[in-house]
Design a protein around this ligand. Structure first.
Ligand code: ATP
Ligand code: MG
Length: 434
């Protein structure tokens, strides 16, 4: 008999076969209720001694919770059963026995700390609320990919092992590459720019990236995923911002279309953003932060407290997603283009959701001399980046793009406080397994 998902079973199903985990077990002596869970939901298995005989009854009695079983039987309507129907088994086979006690309760009835949950992530993810997060994440990726494909972007896969950092600073992971030192990439930045010199024009990549972040925050991972885009022949950063906002809208739409059950399960009312999104300048953002009592020195990054103040003011006006653009030159990585009219500023933006920075982007420098100068100003050595700089010597079009943190996107729109919840197996300074 072909296996059915529990979500496909109802009072009219007749004889069915279901397979899954024993999520719950209630033993009342001559009658036993099992809850069988699969990836789509749960169904009650009602085992009555006078219906099934001794062998099945004994097997059911000896089952530990979370064992994997296969059941065939007749479905009957029963208003008292969760979901309105139950299966009366003809056969009950144990496919894999679970040990006891369990390392944690996947039903979530007994609280476990985030750390315990992550230590036992395979079991934590059996909980449907946890799984819903990854259904949303899946839909977010599909939404982005779908938009890029429909709009003439090519998906690329750039190297993840490299010889230099991209974002400046010491936040790189060295690896042993035969007898040499190499690094895990901090972003796809340099290679997606090389693809502009290669004439690809419109590329995107959904990619892991690694940063040896020094601080432990609820918004930073050492291994994160980024939705990266780069395109050529732009006028200025506004062309990039238009793509950015359309991609985000497409992601939200796809989540609402194909993961609405997951949103319900997580109790999230997600609104499709209206375009164009609100655009603040960095200077305006500082002003708002100042009004609310959080003074930021011009040229500094906007700290989390100030971000919360800015987000609050924008949320009052209905803006969940918004841009902060025209960042000071000292605040941005070397590859961002200074504003040709006022070199204190750059042609850059961040996309935020409430108080979360989701994405950074802008127009890049395509002039070789300026690029070398900016690399030196950031204390890096241009001679170590020859492979990158060569691409600017033989015809590099004006170009720009963004890198949007996928983990942050998922965490922020689902109101999740710690980004670790939005990643299957998170990597942080304190966690390298599972
Ligand atoms: P932050 O200032 O929040 O540390 P950043 O400005 O250093 O981030 P970018 O270089 O702008 O990060 O990277 C682009 C995007 O990638 C970020 O907006 C963020 O969404 C994501 N990202 C970067 N670093 C991390 C990280 N350590 N963990 C999770 N996401 C990250
Ligand atoms: Mg940034």
């Amino acid at each position: 008999m072909e296996r059915k998902y529990t979500s496909e079973v109802d009072g009219s199903s007749g004889e069915v076969k279901v397979q899954g985990w024993v999520r719950d077990k209630r033993d009342l002596g001559s009658i036993m209720f099992l809850v069988l869970a699969d990836r789509t939901g749960e169904i009650q298995i009602t085992v009555k001694e006078d219906e099934v005989g001794e062998e099945i009854m004994d097997r059911a009695e000896s089952l530990n919770r979370e064992s994997v079983i296969s059941v065939t039987g007749k479905v009957e309507e029963n208003e008292q059963a969760p979901g309105g129907s139950e299966i009366h088994p003809d056969s009950l086979d144990v496919l894999s026995e679970s040990e006891k006690p369990l390392p944690m309760d996947p039903r979530g009835k007994q609280d476990a700390s985030l750390s315990t949950r992550l230590d036992n992530r395979f079991m934590d993810l059996r909980n449907s609320k946890r799984r819903a997060i990854f259904e949303v994440r899946n839909a977010a990726c599909s939404g982005a990919r779908g938009w890029f494909e429909e709009n003439g972007f090519m998906e690329v896969h750039t190297p993840k092992i490299t010889v230099s950092g991209t974002e400046g600073g010491a936040e790189v992971f060295p690896i042993i590459y035969y007898e040499k030192e190499a690094f895990l990439v901090q972003s796809a930045q340099l290679y997606k720019q090389l693809m502009q010199a290669a004439g690809a024009e419109k590329v995107y990549e959904i990619t892991p990236q690694w940063r040896a972040e020094k601080s432990r925050t609820p918004r930073h991972l050492t291994e994160s995923f980024s939705v990266d885009m780069e395109m050529s022949f732009i006028e200025d950063q506004e062309d990039v911002m238009e793509v950015q906002e359309k991609v985000v809208k497409a992601m939200v739409e796809e989540i609402k279309d194909s993961a609405s059950d997951a949103l319900d399960e997580l109790d999230i009312d997600l609104k499709v953003p209206e375009l164009p999104l609100k655009r603040l300048t960095y200077d305006e953002a500082l002003e708002i932060a100042g009004e609310k009592g959080e003074e930021i020195q011009w040229g500094e990054d906007i700290n989390i407290k100030a971000m919360r103040n800015i987000a609050e003011k924008l949320e009052e006006k209905g803006h969940d997603f918004y841009f902060i653009k025209r960042w000071p030159v000292g605040e941005r990585a070397f590859y961002y283009r200074p504003d040709p009219e006022d070199g204190k500023y750059t042609q850059t933006f961040d996309l935020n959701y409430r108080s979360w920075e989701l994405s950074s982007g802008g127009q890049r420098i395509h002039d070789l001399d300026l690029l070398k100068k900016r690399i030196e100003e950031q204390g890096m050595d241009p001679s170590e980046m020859k492979f990158y700089l060569d691409a600017f010597r033989y015809g590099m079009p004006p170009h720009g793009g963004f890198g949007m943190g996928l983990d942050r996107f998922v965490a922020s729109i689902l109101d999740i406080e710690n980004i670790k919840e939005a990643v299957l197996f998170p990597r942080t300074p304190d966690r390298l397994q599972p």
